[in-house]
Design a protein around this ligand. Structure first.
Ligand code: SAM
Length: 225
């Protein structure tokens, strides 16, 4: 599915969100970079797709970012964007549920709009925790549950208009039907915080973005683990 939409993925993200998605990724990048002990600390961007968050992390001052995704056409676009911006961005084709890295390899990890697509959120968290160094931070950006006043309008937009325009522009009706379906099935802010805590993260917090349409969840691998 992601291979089918790769060529139009960025255009649709920015168009369908009115560019708000860029602001959300910027917040994630700033939050994570602020926690790094030094700019050379290794950061893993899981399910990096076309590399928008990886590149934003580099723009915000992280100098060793590695992107991972299992979809080669997405990675090809990420590689050409990194080349254009002049950043060095190593990219790995791999599975978020079986990360090809040793335990305790990264000081921080991010996953933007990726967790929802994994067959098991718990297994995804377990892999993220495993590859983080003790004390390392994870940031998860996902669609979430908007505040009550936005819920109706968001639902109409997300379940009616977005699949229509997304399907027309991308040529894949099913991918843009899958998007709202997967978001509506996904745990809300509180449920996801509980899952993160159960997975072993500590200092678990979340911050609503644009009235809770998306949320940034952060957690830390315990120092003594
Ligand atoms: C909605 S895109 C998000 C891309 C990017 N992080 C962003 O912010 O735009 C979801 C990405 O997750 C990737 N993905 C889904 N399941 C995966 C898995 N098990 N392992 C690695 N990548 C996966 C897809 O290939 C796709 O590129």
């Amino acid at each position: 599915m992601f291979a089918t939409i790769a060529a139009r993925y960025d255009l649709l993200n920015h168009l369908l969100s009115g560019n708000i998605d860029k602001r959300w990724r910027r917040i994630v990048a700033k939050t994570i970079v602020a926690t790094l002990s030094q700019s050379e600390a290794p950061v893993l961007d899981v399910a990096c797709g076309t590399g928008d968050l990886s590149i934003t992390l580099l723009e915000e001052g992280a100098s060793r970012v590695l992107g991972l995704d299992f979809c080669r056409p997405m990675l090809d676009i990420a590689a050409s964007k990194a080349l254009k911006t002049g950043f060095s961005l190593p990219l790995v084709e791999g599975d978020a549920l079986d990360l090809p890295f040793a335990d305790r390899s990264f000081e921080a990890a991010t996953i933007a709009f990726g967790l929802r697509n994994l067959t098991s959120v718990e297994a995804g968290f377990s892999e993220l925790l495993r590859v983080l160094k003790p004390g390392g931070r994870v940031a998860v950006l996902e669609f979430s549950k908007p505040r009550a006043s936005l819920r109706l309008i968001f639902r109409i937009y997300f379940t009616k208009l977005l699949p229509l325009f997304g399907g027309l522009i991308s040529g894949s009706k099913s991918a843009y039907q899958y998007l709202p379906d997967s978001v509506l099935r996904f745990p809300d802010q509180n449920e996801l915080s509980i899952l993160m805590t159960q997975a072993g993260f500590v200092r678990v917090t979340f911050r609503n973005l644009t009235g809770g349409i998306a949320a940034l969840h952060c957690g830390t691998r315990p120092i003594d683990s």
